[in-house]
Design a protein around this ligand. Sequence first.
Ligand code: 5RP
Length: 227
Amino acid sequence: MTTPALSQDELKTLVGQAALQYVVPGEIVGVGTGSTVNKFIDALATIKDQIKGAVSSSVASTERLQALGIQVFDSNEVDKLSVYIDGADEIDGAGNMVKGGGAALTREKIVAAQSTKFVCIADESKLVQTLGKFPLPVEVIPMATQRVIAQFAAKGGKGSIRLKDGKPLVTDNGQYIVDVTGLQITDPLAFEAEVSQWPGVVTVGVFAYQRAQVCLLGTASGVKTLT
Ligand code: 5RP
């Protein structure tokens, strides 16, 4: 008899639970955003008495953490974090990622930058050779959207404003998201450095400067650790 393959949701649960091994007892942990991180938050709640609390990367994660009785600290109240745990939309073999599918990329990058180690949790569908197949999220100040879209067009990318209920989605920071298709990001560091300097770009969803040091990848044969 063959064992049925695990669903994507079950793989997310597996990696969410596996991430607990990186949580340092007595400390504050950096927490990302998304459906995989939600599994981590649920697992974190089972050891909440062993941690001081969390710094969160979105309103959604903050609400989930608090609902489960985990104290959330403002990032300004906290110095360095030992570990930041978050998902990704794409990750390559070197730990470079595309993030922002949940529109939380700016706060995610801030908390990641505050942390010594980024542990990425993802199911195996997220592992890629080259970043760019997933539409690249870019958080943009509304008045700059058309010019930023034109700058991506000059690079061969097609940008569009992310909508919610027929209107531009507004992020936790009051800005818009432009999603860009058609890119092949072969040099993530150079790409992130360049786009981050375009006027009106708040955050580009390439995480190369804040790449993951560890990736816990949910696969059919269990959790694989990539370092
Ligand atoms: C949110 C993110 C998420 O980490 C990314 O979208 C992955 O989400 P999920 O775990 O739901 O697949 O960057 O802004």
